[in-house]
Structure formats: C-alpha cells, structure tokens
Design a protein around this ligand. Structure first.
Ligand SMILES: [Zn+2]
Length: 302
C-alpha cells in the first residue's frame, strides 16, 4: 500500500473497521500506518463519490447546536464551562488577540454551522469573516455586513496572500489529499498569516486504550489520522513555522469511546455530567500531550 502523503510504499496494517458512528453500511475499511511519515490512512483510499453516502443529512456538522435551547445545562455548568473555556481557549485567544485592533480577513474553512465565526464576529467587529462548508447549504442566512458564507468552492477566485488567519477545525482528517489543501490555503494566506489546524491525535491515550472503539476513528469519514509530531513535520516541510500546539481538555471523546466499547445504543441522560466529571482527568492528559485532539497553530514562512 502506498502512503498518499509521502508516497512511501512501506506501510503497516493497524486495524480494519466499518462505519460504527452513522452506521450507513457494514463495509470494512482498512487502516494502515506509513512507516516513513507515520500518518495513518484508509487504504485503499475511497473516492469522493464513494464517500458521499457516509455524510447523511444528520451527520454532526449539520446538527451542532448553536441556538440557545440547551440553556438549562448551560446554566448548571456555567462556572465549570467558564473555567474549562479559560483553560482551553487561553492560548488560542491570546494568539488571535494580536489581531484585535487590526482589520484582518479571517477564513473558517469547513465552518460547519458557522458557530466559530458567530462567536468571533461578535467579539471582533473590525474583522472580515469568510466561512466555507461544502456540506452545509443552510448557512447563507447567517450572512451579515462583515460575514460571508460559501458552500461552493470560492477559494480559487480569491486573491493570493489575502487571509490573515485561516481556521481548519476537524477538516483535514476528512480530506483525500490534505497536503494539496494545505498548499492551496498557504497560497491564500498573507505574509505572516496564521493557520490553525485542529484534528484527532493518533498518539492519544484514548486511541491506544480504545483501539477500534476510539470515537475519533470515525471510519470511513476520517481518511487520515495525524499526530502532533507528524503533522508538525509535514507543516515544516511545507514551510510553516510552529507557534504552538494545544491539547484538548474535554473528555467527550473518551466518554463516547467508552460507550462504543460497551456497545451502548444511546447516550445516557447523564452524559454531560460524566463528561464534566472526567474533565479533570483529561486536563492531566493534555499536560502529558496525550489528548484525543490537538490544535496546531503555525505561521507561514516568507
Ligand atoms: Zn507517509
């Protein structure tokens, strides 16, 4: 099997599994790890056409809630959330704060329901926001004076060196050719522009513990699973410099993997309570760089 990131022919079989999250069908997919770049990928890589059916309309990007209808649980866990938010967001927010007084162009590539842009645009009214999500056709109504959304690819028509910040959250693991996408984004990124990539962590304790039951495997939608080390190396090769790597501090992936391991059909009603109770444990994991998800923040080298 050939690695489609570095083209090495030396790969090791890791596991095989089917869609256990959306349960579209029972087709088996194999995951291999490249001996050279260490990235794990589905082999053979499914085609874009094949993948379409694995994104049914109730897949999470459409359903992530951003309306205030879960206010009750929000109030209950308000202080916990506030503390977690402070811990989680501090570094990323501090980096974004550098741009607070500037007029910048911010792109959220794979913006889902536009939650990230919604939050930032209420904070930074002087920024211009662009959101792109090919699966979400219902975000057009969120357009405002300084916010535009696209569901068809608009990037090729945008000038080069245009965006100051590009956010790529839970996206590259879904892309057949992630290097190609990163290179396109680099072209569109301004001099000293920042790229923020959030993706599952193959080196996480939860991946090692839960194996094929690990929630972040998400077969066959996750085509590649990176680790902090190998993604940093790839980004270095593409001439980006690391600013920071942040490790997730939320235990949701661990908890959901646990449900999968015990074949729980439905989330228990106390799901949020369990997640909150376990968050101190995942806080320790983040300090050990063993979180289920990481965010790498890099700068474009001139
Ligand atoms: Zn490779």
């Amino acid at each position: 099997m050939k690695c489609n990131l570095c083209e090495s022919l030396e790969t090791t079989f890791i596991l095989s599994g089917s869609d256990s999250y959306m349960k579209v069908d029972k087709k088996k997919f194999d995951i291999y790890q490249c001996k050279n770049c260490k990235v794990t990928s589905l082999q053979p890589m499914p085609t874009q056409e094949e993948l379409k059916k694995y994104y049914p309309s109730n897949y999470k990007v459409y359903t992530q809630d951003m309306s205030p209808n879960n206010t009750k649980s929000k109030n209950l866990t308000y202080f916990k959330n506030l503390i977690m938010k402070k811990l989680k967001m501090n570094n990323l927010e501090r980096i974004l704060e550098r741009f607070s007084s500037k007029k910048i162009n911010y792109l959220d590539y794979g913006c889902g329901n536009g939650k990230n842009i919604k939050q930032l645009s209420s904070k930074y009214s002087n920024w211009t926001f662009f959101g792109y999500d090919k699966f979400n056709k219902n975000i057009d109504n969120l357009k405002t004076k300084n916010v535009s959304f696209y569901s068809s690819n608009f990037l090729n028509n945008m000038p080069n060196d245009y965006f100051d910040v590009i956010n790529l959250s839970s996206v590259i693991e879904h892309i057949i050719d992630p290097k190609n996408l990163i290179l396109l984004l680099k072209k569109k990124l301004s001099k000293d522009g920042i790229l923020i990539i959030k993706t599952p962590n193959f080196n996480s304790l939860s991946r090692k513990m839960f194996g094929q039951h690990w929630h972040n495997l998400d077969i066959p939608r996750h085509l590649h699973i990176f680790s902090d080390h190998n993604l940093e190396k790839i980004l270095n090769e593409l001439e980006f410099t690391k600013i920071k790597i942040l490790y997730s501090r939320n235990s949701a992936v661990e908890v959901k993997s646990f449900y999968k391991l015990f074949n729980l059909k439905k989330r228990p009603k106390i799901h949020n309570i369990i997640v909150n109770l376990l968050n101190p444990f995942t806080l320790i994991l983040s300090l050990l760089k063993l979180s289920s998800t990481f965010t790498i923040i890099v700068k474009k080298e001139v």
